[in-house]
Ligand binder design. Structure first.
Ligand SMILES: C[S@@+](CC[C@H](N)C(=O)[O-])C[C@H]1O[C@@H](n2cnc3c(N)ncnc32)[C@H](O)[C@@H]1O
Length: 243
């Protein structure tokens, strides 16, 4: 798994005291004084001398936050708030990428999605397992395609360049103007500047696209069933924020 060092790391000073035992030598940490405020991006404490209007611990976090682009949901009339789920489990046969090291039972996952989220849900999977996963889904689901481009490597077969997202239900889109939401997205993969970026992490453009596929509005709720890095929840917070 490709790890990511949080930009907030290194916010402590390491000191070695000459009389310390080997076990403690060099590992004692003295936290910098801080002011109870936290970086909006990496969540690490802001330095105590940071300006009152500082939101980020540094340039790197400020830029990463700006690049994590998610549009705000249109403020449209909705008959009622809806409750959606997004499920991004380890793809079948790929659980070894994650600490759980356990395959997710997709039959019971689809069952849970269908029973608990009648308003709509989206399930990410791999093109390789689409045939098996689709068989578990209710009639009427749509297969949408995220083209993220191939990862260049040696291969006896054509490189995989896309991932399916199975969408069930969702709010009907407005028909007053031509539709701008398509069942395919072309967007690059992982957003490496995200704190906790990990294998399988989805980029902000993907999150926004899934919200649109579900017809989600600001008043709705979205449960991210396999949060991983937390990128989808952060994107949802931006999508539904009234700022
Ligand atoms: C594909 S990643 C989710 C990525 C996430 N959507 C993101 O954008 O960062 C799958 C997540 O499910 C977790 N996971 C793996 N096996 C699991 C299991 N058997 N039960 C529950 N969660 C599991 C992994 O640790 C990982 O955080």
């Amino acid at each position: 798994m490709a790890g990511h060092t949080s930009p907030g790391a290194g916010k402590t000073r390491h000191v070695a005291s000459s009389g310390a035992s080997d076990a403690s030598r060099g590992s004692r940490e003295i936290p910098k004084r801080q002011n109870g405020r936290f970086c909006k991006w990496c969540k690490s404490p802001l330095d105590w001398w940071a300006r009152q209007d500082s939101k980020f611990c540094g340039k790197r976090c400020r830029q990463a936050s700006w690049r994590f682009l998610v549009c705000r949901a249109e403020l449209e009339q909705t008959d009622r708030p809806m409750s959606f789920a997004y499920a991004d489990p380890p793809y079948p046969g790929k659980s070894h990428y994650y600490p759980e090291q356990r395959e997710v039972d997709h039959a019971s996952l689809v069952d849970r999605l269908t029973k608990n989220y009648p308003d709509g849900w989206a399930l990410a999977t791999s093109s390789e397992s689409l045939r098996d996963v689709l068989k578990l889904c209710p009639v009427g689901v749509r297969v949408c395609a995220w083209f993220k481009g191939p990862r260049i490597t040696r291969s006896k077969r054509a490189l995989v360049s896309w991932e399916p997202v199975i969408v069930c239900g969702g709010r009907a889109l407005q028909v007053a103007s031509p539709c701008t939401i398509a069942d395919g997205l072309i967007a690059r993969g992982r957003f490496r500047a995200f704190p906790g970026a990990m294998v399988g992490m989805k980029p902000p453009a993907f999150a926004e696209w899934v919200f649109h596929l579900l017809g989600a509005s600001r008043v709705d709720r979205l449960d991210d069933l396999f949060p991983g890095s937390g990128a989808i929840s952060r994107a949802w917070a931006r999508y539904t924020s009234a700022e």
